[in-house]
Design a protein around this ligand. Structure first.
Ligand code: ZN
Length: 89
Protein backbone atom coordinates (compact mmCIF):
# COMPACT_ATOMS: atom_id res chain seq x y z
CA UNK A 1 0.00 0.00 0.00
CA UNK A 2 1.38 3.39 -0.98
CA UNK A 3 0.57 6.84 0.29
CA UNK A 4 1.55 9.99 -1.55
CA UNK A 5 1.71 13.59 -0.44
CA UNK A 6 -1.37 15.24 -1.92
CA UNK A 7 0.22 18.53 -3.04
CA UNK A 8 3.55 17.30 -4.38
CA UNK A 9 2.72 13.71 -5.32
CA UNK A 10 5.82 12.64 -3.40
CA UNK A 11 5.88 9.10 -2.06
CA UNK A 12 5.28 9.28 1.71
CA UNK A 13 4.74 5.73 2.91
CA UNK A 14 4.92 2.16 1.65
CA UNK A 15 3.44 -0.64 3.74
CA UNK A 16 3.76 -4.34 2.92
CA UNK A 17 0.19 -5.57 2.51
CA UNK A 18 1.22 -9.06 3.62
CA UNK A 19 3.05 -8.48 6.94
CA UNK A 20 2.08 -4.85 7.60
CA UNK A 21 5.67 -3.66 7.92
CA UNK A 22 6.40 -0.07 6.96
CA UNK A 23 9.18 0.02 4.41
CA UNK A 24 12.03 2.51 4.42
CA UNK A 25 11.01 5.62 2.47
CA UNK A 26 13.44 8.53 2.62
CA UNK A 27 12.56 11.86 1.00
CA UNK A 28 10.15 10.31 -1.46
CA UNK A 29 12.42 7.42 -2.42
CA UNK A 30 11.80 3.79 -1.49
CA UNK A 31 15.13 2.56 -0.12
CA UNK A 32 14.55 -1.17 -0.11
CA UNK A 33 13.34 -3.90 -2.41
CA UNK A 34 9.58 -4.18 -2.81
CA UNK A 35 7.15 -5.62 -5.28
CA UNK A 36 4.35 -3.29 -6.35
CA UNK A 37 1.55 -4.97 -8.26
CA UNK A 38 -1.55 -3.54 -9.91
CA UNK A 39 -3.57 -6.42 -11.27
CA UNK A 40 -6.49 -5.33 -13.45
CA UNK A 41 -9.38 -7.76 -13.62
CA UNK A 42 -11.32 -7.90 -16.82
CA UNK A 43 -14.80 -8.97 -17.89
CA UNK A 44 -13.97 -12.66 -17.78
CA UNK A 45 -12.88 -12.64 -14.14
CA UNK A 46 -15.05 -12.78 -11.06
CA UNK A 47 -13.86 -9.24 -10.21
CA UNK A 48 -15.44 -7.54 -13.15
CA UNK A 49 -13.23 -4.55 -14.11
CA UNK A 50 -11.66 -4.03 -10.69
CA UNK A 51 -8.15 -2.66 -10.39
CA UNK A 52 -6.28 -3.83 -7.31
CA UNK A 53 -2.96 -2.57 -6.02
CA UNK A 54 -0.65 -3.74 -3.28
CA UNK A 55 2.96 -3.91 -2.18
CA UNK A 56 5.01 -6.78 -0.83
CA UNK A 57 8.31 -6.47 1.03
CA UNK A 58 11.11 -8.65 -0.29
CA UNK A 59 10.76 -11.21 2.53
CA UNK A 60 7.03 -11.69 1.90
CA UNK A 61 7.61 -11.84 -1.84
CA UNK A 62 10.23 -14.57 -1.35
CA UNK A 63 7.90 -16.49 0.98
CA UNK A 64 5.00 -16.32 -1.51
CA UNK A 65 6.98 -17.30 -4.61
CA UNK A 66 8.62 -20.18 -2.73
CA UNK A 67 5.13 -21.74 -2.60
CA UNK A 68 4.70 -21.62 -6.39
CA UNK A 69 4.45 -24.95 -8.22
CA UNK A 70 6.34 -23.42 -11.13
CA UNK A 71 9.22 -21.12 -10.22
CA UNK A 72 9.23 -17.51 -11.43
CA UNK A 73 11.24 -16.67 -14.52
CA UNK A 74 14.39 -14.77 -13.58
CA UNK A 75 16.38 -12.73 -16.08
CA UNK A 76 19.03 -10.08 -15.54
CA UNK A 77 18.24 -6.49 -16.39
CA UNK A 78 21.07 -4.42 -17.78
CA UNK A 79 19.43 -1.18 -16.70
CA UNK A 80 17.10 -0.51 -13.82
CA UNK A 81 14.20 1.85 -14.26
CA UNK A 82 12.62 2.48 -10.87
CA UNK A 83 8.90 3.11 -10.76
CA UNK A 84 7.80 6.68 -11.03
CA UNK A 85 7.35 7.44 -7.37
CA UNK A 86 5.45 10.63 -8.12
CA UNK A 87 2.85 8.59 -9.95
CA UNK A 88 -0.53 8.76 -8.29
CA UNK A 89 -3.10 6.02 -8.40
ZN1 ZN B 1 6.07 -8.14 4.20
Amino acid sequence: MRRYQKQTGELKQVICNCCGRELNVDQGILKEGACHLEPRWGYFSGKDMEKHSFDLCEACYDKIISGFSVPVDVTEETEFFPMEDGETE
